[in-house]
Write a protein that binds this ligand. Sequence first.
Ligand code: S3P
Length: 169
Amino acid sequence: MSSIILVGFMGAGKTTVGAELAVRTKRTLRDLDATIVSLAGMSIPQIFAEKGESHFRDLETESLRRVDPSESLIVSTGGGIVERPVNWALMRARGQTVYLHAPWDVLRQRLARESGRPLANAENGWEKVEQLFLRRESLYRQADYVINTEGISARVAAEKVAGLFQSKG
Ligand code: S3P
């Protein structure tokens, strides 16, 4: 047994799908953004503002290292985890990766309704965020599996992910 690790852009529903998946598979959900917040003792916007993005990325790698490779968890990652090659090595040593894909239009609508993401706020301008999404798309596709979440609920997306692993424990 090993962990199921969800990757994808901000707004792809990694945490929501992860929570559904955890219930379905009777596994524990480990949200790496939450680990980062507890390691830093401050919120993600605060880390970016006071320590900078590269410090955030160091904490992100550390949050991944803290996932025990012998555990069978559902791991929900932050959208930028795919940026550092070392994170791929750490993820692959801990389980199977699943890219939750949604088209840009869907992501933008979701992101416009939510706040608390330093790299996706109105001040940055949506064009810049879209460029980030387009640049990362090929990185996300390095995942072991891709699930298209367009037009389906988090519950159905979780069923699809669970289906990938049904006979594999
Ligand atoms: C980030 C995504 C966020 C969070 C941080 C940076 C990114 O996580 O880790 O704001 O670089 O895409 P979510 O994908 O859960 O929003």
